[in-house]
Write a protein that binds this ligand. Structure first.
Ligand SMILES: Cc1cc2nc3c(=O)[nH]c(=O)nc-3n(C[C@H](O)[C@H](O)[C@H](O)COP(=O)(O)OP(=O)(O)OC[C@H]3O[C@@H](n4cnc5c(N)ncnc54)[C@H](O)[C@@H]3O)c2cc1C
Length: 351
């Protein structure tokens, strides 16, 4: 088998990059570890939100990230014939300090922040305790990550472009002229391994950090499903009557087992916040692929031109992934294009 590109990992990074290759008629093959219950892309709330609601600021360069993301997910919907993206409003509940910040920030938050309408207030009063102020952030978008990843993997399998197995680096020979892995001879290998990249011998000098986050899956049958609700934690509609509730950020940890303390704390907060009944259905954890200074890592190895990486998506994989995947695919397809305003060179760490 002689694909141009061998991609390792099918989270949102591997999905978006392979989609770019497919649209540009490039040959590729993908390898993804089966049954990974800690795949960040499946544990995520998968929201595209231009506003950082803790500081009431907009995400840097949000306009180009959002426009490419919307176009890409809508194209994927058409190509795969499944519903993948939904425009929504997010109702943000806030206390005193948040109120002050919000007043200051409202003028520069790009038209995404609004006072709640009468219908929004009625909804809040039906399902939440009445002691909170509410602000509306709209539009935001929910990406149906599970549908996206499984529809894309089904499509790839139907074309024999995906194998579900663990890729062992010691079975692969990476040389400047190409890559050999079992029966595969590829021009380039692109690592989209998420948090596991920290152990990649070629890329381990990159500034990876470690961060884990967890979420509860809740059954809340009486909560109207067309909004996202935020009060430090977020309630995001996941499926009929099912809600994603998360998350936390933990920088020091030794494993990915669910934290019963966080679950107790979150359930206590939910009991204060919600006036409708809820039941915990599941508790999930994953490691976010994070870096010092939240830098995206998308580029070709400066000393090994047949190897590249797409990583460091941190907390914004669904928002920023599409534009980064587009820029990286262009760089990989056109070897003379060594710089891009979207992806930064990896030289300072890998030379
Ligand atoms: C709790 C939580 C909430 C989040 N909420 C949001 C949100 O609302 N919006 C947002 O944009 N982002 C959110 N994120 C961040 C988002 O999940 C990540 O940025 C994104 O999923 C990273 O995607 P990835 O493809 O790099 O990694 P992953 O999704 O982890 O995918 C990596 C893939 O590579 C595979 N792999 C690794 N090594 C190998 C190997 N050797 N062989 C074969 N396969 C391998 C893994 O099995 C996996 O399938 C959240 C994250 C968490 C944890």
């Amino acid at each position: 088998m002689h694909p141009q590109y061998l991609i390792i990992g099918q989270g949102i990074a591997g999905t978006l990059l392979s989609y770019e290759f497919w649209k540009q008629d490039r040959s590729f093959f993908l390898i993804d570890e089966p049954h990974n219950i800690s795949k960040a892309s499946l544990v995520a709330g998968a929201i595209i939100n231009p506003i950082n609601v803790n500081r009431w600021t907009t995400v840097h360069e949000h306009e180009s990230y959002i426009s490419t993301a919307l176009q890409t997910y809508r194209d994927l919907e058409k190509d795969l014939g499944v519903s993948l993206i939904k425009e929504m409003s997010m109702l943000v509940f806030h206390g005193e300090r948040q109120k002050e910040l919000f007043k200051k920030a409202r003028s520069y938050s790009s038209g995404y922040v609004h006072p709640p309408g009468r219908e929004d207030i009625a909804r809040v009063n039906r399902s939440f305790a009445s002691k909170y102020d509410v602000v509306k952030v709209a539009p935001v978008w929910k990406i149906y990550a599970e549908q996206l990843l499984s529809a894309w993997s089904g499509f790839l399998k139907s074309k024999n472009l995906l194998k579900e197995e663990f890729f062992h680096a010691d079975e692969c020979v990476i040389a400047p002229g190409g890559v050999a892995f079992k029966e595969i001879r590829a021009e380039k290998i692109i690592f989209c391994e998420g948090a596991k990249a920290i152990n990649n011998p070629l890329f381990k000098k990159l500034p990876f950090t470690r961060n884990r986050g967890e979420a509860l899956l809740l059954s809340v049958p009486d909560l109207p499903g067309s909004y996202i609700y935020h009060y430090g934690i977020r309630l995001v509609p996941a499926a009929k009557d099912l809600w994603w509730c998360g998350s936390n950020y933990r920088w020091a940890f030794s494993d990915l087992s669910p934290d019963p303390g966080w679950r107790m704390q979150t359930e206590a907060l939910l009991r204060q916040w919600l006036t409708v009944p809820f039941k915990v259905v599941d508790h999930v954890v994953a490691e976010r692929p994070t870096t010092e200074g939240q830098q995206f890592l998308a580029g070709i190895h400066p000393a090994m031109p047949s190897a590249a990486i797409f990583n460091g998506l941190g907390t914004k994989g669904f928002l920023c992934g599409p534009l980064l995947a587009k820029a990286l695919s262009k760089m990989l397809i056109d070897p003379h294009r060594t710089t891009s305003s979207t992806v930064k060179p990896l030289d300072k760490w890998l030379r």
